[in-house]
Ligand binder design. Structure first.
Ligand SMILES: NC(=O)c1ccc[n+]([C@@H]2O[C@H](COP(=O)([O-])OP(=O)(O)OC[C@H]3O[C@@H](n4cnc5c(N)ncnc54)[C@H](O)[C@@H]3O)[C@@H](O)[C@H]2O)c1
Ligand SMILES: CC(C)CCC[C@@H](C)[C@H]1CC[C@H]2[C@@H]3[C@H](O)C=C4C[C@@H](O)CC[C@]4(C)[C@H]3CC[C@]12C
Length: 374
């Protein structure tokens, strides 16, 4: 990628561009990447909001496609300079069969890599996850760690296992020769729990609290820190990583970066309260209102019901043994690797990130919507 000339001559492809993070990604690229000539938005389900972007100076090309179909990916990538690969199945609730999660998250990523090689696309930024590393099932805390902090990654669940496998594929592909003979340059970004406009789970908590008279009930000790990062900053980090991969290939190629910003270190529920508090929601209890063993029992019962009802219906509940252990294990990051390697600074400070999310929740207040994991 020629970094010297400032003209809009680059073609980007964003897979999963119509998801929660994808929408932030597409809008941030259009706003912040002046060298963009064409932005291809690839997704299984295209969002109607894309239409509003079409009259702008950058050519926005919606592509309905499936990352598990190699031919879809090759066709979408032909002639692209950069691919930001964030399509994936985010499923920690057992909604999908493990093989489906593998096919989309791992095989889909392999398809993206092979398509880069085949079409000559030289730059690939992969949206990984903190879960490629942890928390592990032993409940080991990862307290404000960085990319070099030793941690025993143990994956028993399909989603984190798939993210770890896909991340490895992406990093190992760094340096492969693409069509035309140039080396593929790859890196992976690992967001912690993302929040922001479009965060369905935040809305689910909001509506649940509304039905309970405006209250949430504490289930996780306040001392358990859970990493959170604003979607706009995660998107911005992808913009910068993609921009710099060309000129800093030796430094950045094959590297992982945690996504971080100024969002405060808090428990999962205390953080949610930062957003939902200004929307009129309170959190009851300074300690968990139910003892852990009861929550664990409930989570196990939910897992049992899921197994029992599987032949008839896919029963899912918010709390299962895995989500309970995720929420109850400290996992936070403190790092400056992205700043050192590609000059990343958050685009939005904490107050602005919070306020943007609060405003969004408020606008969604009256809107009916599904509560898929009630
Ligand atoms: N939400 C988080 O807290 C979080 C945290 C860390 C990492 N991530 C990662 O970020 C990425 C985006 O997550 P999100 O929260 O926006 O999820 P999302 O479900 O909102 O978006 C994923 C998008 O991928 C698309 N998709 C799914 N299967 C596809 C397929 N076979 N072909 C093409 N497109 C397909 C979906 O239609 C959807 O638009 C994922 O890779 C996820 O693992 C998310
Ligand atoms: C109060 C709790 C017991 C209720 C259950 C909360 C639970 C649904 C939350 C807790 C932690 C959340 C995950 C965490 O933020 C990180 C990620 C990584 C990312 O790659 C996908 C989303 C995910 C799994 C969050 C999902 C919701 C979780 C499990």
């Amino acid at each position: 990628m020629d970094m010297t000339d400032g003209g809009p001559d680059l073609v980007y492809l964003v897979t999963g561009g119509c998801g929660f993070l994808g929408e932030h990604m597409v809008k941030t690229l259009l706003e912040m990447e002046p060298r963009l000539r064409e932005l291809r938005v690839f997704d299984l389900h295209l969002g109607p909001w894309l239409e509003a972007l079409k009259p702008g100076p950058v050519q926005v090309t919606p592509i309905q496609g499936d990352v598990t179909r190699a031919e879809d990916v090759v066709a979408a990538l032909a002639g692209a300079d950069v691919v930001i690969h964030m399509a994936g199945l985010v499923d920690v609730w057992g909604l999908n069969d493990p093989e489906v999660i593998y096919r989309v998250n791992v095989q889909g990523t392999q398809n993206v890599i092979e398509a880069c090689v085949q079409t000559g696309t030289q730059f690939l930024v992969y949206t990984s996850s903190m879960e490629a590393l942890g928390p592990n099932t032993k409940g080991h805390p990862f307290y404000r760690g960085n990319e070099d902090t030793p941690y025993e990654a143990i994956h028993t669940q399909p989603y984190p296992r798939s993210k770890a496998q896909a991340e490895r594929l992406v990093l190992e592909a760094n340096g492969r020769k693409v069509r035309g003979g140039l080396p593929l340059v790859t890196c992976a970004l690992r967001p912690t729990g993302i929040y922001g406009e479009g965060h369905q789970l935040m809305l689910d908590f909001y509506r649940k609290a509304q039905r309970a008279g405006g209250w949430l009930f504490r289930t996780v000790p306040a001392s358990v820190e859970h990493g959170r990062v604003y979607a706009g900053n995660v998107a911005w980090m992808h913009v910068l990583a993609a921009r710099e991969l060309g000129s800093r290939a030796t430094t950045m190629g094959g590297q992982v970066y945690f996504c971080y910003d100024d969002s405060p270190y808090k428990s999962y529920e205390d953080f949610n309260l930062e957003i939902l508090g200004p929307c009129g929601i309170g959190l009851l209890g300074t300690q968990p209102l139910l003892p852990y063993f009861l929550l664990f029992l409930l989570a196990t019962l939910n897992a049992f019901l899921q197994w029992l009802l599987r032949p008839l219906v896919v029963y899912t509940a918010l709390i299962n043994p895995y989500t309970l252990s995720l929420a109850n294990t400290t996992f936070t990051v403190q790092t400056d690797k992205a700043r050192r390697h590609f000059d990343y600074q958050p685009l939005y400070g904490w107050e602005e990130s919070r306020d943007r999310t609060v405003s969004w929740v408020k606008t969604r207040k009256g809107c009916p919507g599904p509560l898929p994991r009630d």
